[in-house]
Ligand binder design. Structure first.
Ligand code: ZN
Length: 315
């Protein structure tokens, strides 16, 4: 399980065609085109066809299947020459929502391999993040009156005072800390978080605070969680994480000591492991890494693969 270095939800990013959001009438006309697709969403879940067919037909329906021009349809953008929209059916019961669609079911993207491994996965998490944001911004933060969707689903405007709000994401840093001893193999620090499986270990993470740089957030979180000062902070990758509204920003960082003190409100246990040890423990089912779709897994896998590769070259 250590060979897969895929970073889920980041491949096949759509072209968002933001200039069309202000001209939603034109974008809506695309809905009448048989080349446009509509992604159905229902209470945090995505629709999946029961039929055996190719993507995108598996995860979206022909936009012409919905004859009414729903003002709350969201224009997502274009992928592989196809324009994508999404529709929120959360106001219906599950049975009613499914009755509007071809034979299928609503599924959790994180628990459904065909969804999370799909080329359309970035469109699905994009849809999810937007609908979660809409559901939390139905009322104006200034005057408390109703808001309505504008800009093809990419903003909301107060019906009373015209205050406009835009979708927000909560940035979080996620960090693999390594220690390079003078002799011997590099080690990384993996922690076991509260409420996780007893054998599940992962990287450390925390939210970026207001007025803080990403680098400062990495340093602060590592002090808070394991009392380690880190330097040589290197950006690796980022991942949209609308569970419910984050973007995960992944780093490698270097510690100059192995002495840790755990903040047990967050990290119950932590251990320093070499790449070989991680490979061995995982193969024996004595260590479970973070879920396959997480950037934590991606950071760990890359670090292990890199260090095994260097080890082989040295041999
Ligand atoms: Zn208002």
């Amino acid at each position: 399980m250590l060979s897969d270095q895929r970073l889920y939800y980041t491949e096949y990013e759509p072209d968002r065609l933001g200039h069309l959001r202000k001209d939603f009438e034109r974008a809506q006309n695309e809905l009448k085109s048989v080349n446009s697709r509509l992604i159905p969403y229902w209470n945090g879940l995505h629709w999946l066809s029961n039929a055996t067919m190719k993507q995108p037909d598996l995860l979206s329906v022909e936009s012409t299947a919905f004859h009414k021009n729903d003002p709350d349809t969201i224009f997502l953008g274009e992928q592989n020459g196809v324009r994508f929209f999404s529709v929120d059916l959360s106001g219906y019961s599950e049975e009613e929502a499914l009755a509007l669609l071809p034979d299928g079911k609503f599924m959790d993207i994180r628990l459904t391999p065909v969804l999370k491994r799909s080329n359309q996965a970035p469109l699905l998490v994009y849809t999810r993040g937007l609908y979660i944001w809409h559901s939390k911004n139905l009322f104006c933060g200034l005057c408390g009156e109703d808001t309505k969707q504008i800009d093809a689903g990419h903003a909301r405007k107060c019906c009373n005072c015209a205050h406009v709000v835009y979708p927000r994401v909560d940035p979080a840093v996620i960090v693999l800390i390594e220690y390079l001893p003078e002799k011997g193999e590099p080690m990384c620090l993996l922690g076991r978080h509260r409420s996780r499986h007893p054998k599940m270990y992962s990287t450390l993470a925390g939210f970026v605070e207001t007025g803080e740089t990403l680098e400062a957030a990495v340093k602060r979180e590592m002090i808070e969680e394991v009392a380690l000062e880190v330097s040589n902070i290197r950006y690796v990758a980022s991942q949209p994480w609308p569970f419910p509204s984050s973007i995960m920003i992944g780093f490698y960082a270097q510690a100059h000591s192995m002495d840790i003190t755990l903040d047990q409100d967050e990290v119950l246990e932590a251990q320093w492991l070499t790449a070989r040890e991680i490979r061995k423990l995982v193969s024996r089912d004595e260590l479970i890494l973070s879920r396959e779709d997480s950037i934590a897994r991606y950071l760990i896998q890359n670090w292990v693969n890199l260090n095994l590769e260097i080890g082989r070259l040295k041999d």
